[in-house]
Write a protein that binds this ligand. Structure first.
Ligand code: SAM
Length: 214
């Protein structure tokens, strides 16, 4: 795989790493928000790192902070493979975090996290695990810490687009416990765990970023 020193992927010559096209499409718009929201933050925990593509793109472009990946163990090999292809000094190998059973893991460099990022997870995991995520993050973050969530959300009880409606139907057909969450429910849940909605961004393809601050 070809790459420049910022870890840019030459997709046309990409080798056989498991690959998410959605990540390739959304990584730059998300990075633009992270560069603004995380300028004063130093230790980020990513929950549900997936393939690891986001982490290899973000870490070298946010060199002032440490980026700690995490996911269920089944995904670690893939994340590690991406990290091996695109290493960065501030990018850390995945830690085990299964919201069904794990606590927030201690970072590789033993420092507390002051921010948490998660993309495209809240509509995948069951609502009970969404509750667990906010509980764990609310406990783990210090005052002033941020939780940044990317993904699709419903607003005012409605889908925000026809494509989100079809996506939601397909998610629920595959797993009835999954589905696009209502922004109001997420904001109310966050409040229960001392996390207040501070900023929100409309993103391409009918996604949003919600920024919560403790
Ligand atoms: C749609 S993928 C999103 C991956 C990546 N963040 C992205 O945006 O491409 C959903 C992620 O949620 C993770 N996930 C599912 N169940 C989980 C659980 N119980 N605990 C933690 N993560 C979980 C999956 O392993 C996967 O990485």
């Amino acid at each position: 795989m070809n790459k420049d020193n910022l870890g840019n992927t030459d997709i046309s010559s990409a080798d056989r790493l498991p690959f998410s096209q959605a990540c390739e499409n959304n990584k730059q718009p998300i990075l633009n928000v992270l560069q603004k929201e995380l300028q004063d933050y130093t230790h980020v925990l990513e929950i549900g790192s997936g393939t690891g593509q986001h982490s290899v793109y973000f870490a070298p472009r946010l060199p002032h902070l440490q980026w700690q990946t995490s996911d269920v163990i089944n995904n670690h090999q893939v994340i590690q493979a991406w990290h091996n292809s695109y290493p960065a000094p501030n990018l850390h190998a995945p830690l085990a975090l299964d919201l069904m059973k794990d606590a927030i893991p201690i970072s590789k460099d033993n420092n507390p996290y002051d921010a948490v990022f998660t993309a495209n997870t809240l509509h995948i995991i069951a609502w009970s695990l969404v509750e667990r995520l906010f509980e764990l993050v609310g406990e783990a973050l210090p005052l002033g810490g941020k939780l940044i969530v990317y993904g699709p959300f419903n607003e005012n009880g409605l889908y925000t687009s026809a494509s989100n409606q079809s996506f939601d139907i397909s998610l629920r057909q595959r797993d009835p416990n999954s589905g696009i969450r209502h922004k109001e429910d997420i904001v109310a849940l966050a409040k229960q765990h001392q996390l207040t909605l501070e900023n929100e961004y409309q993103m391409p393809a009918n996604n949003q970023i919600l920024v919560f601050k403790k």
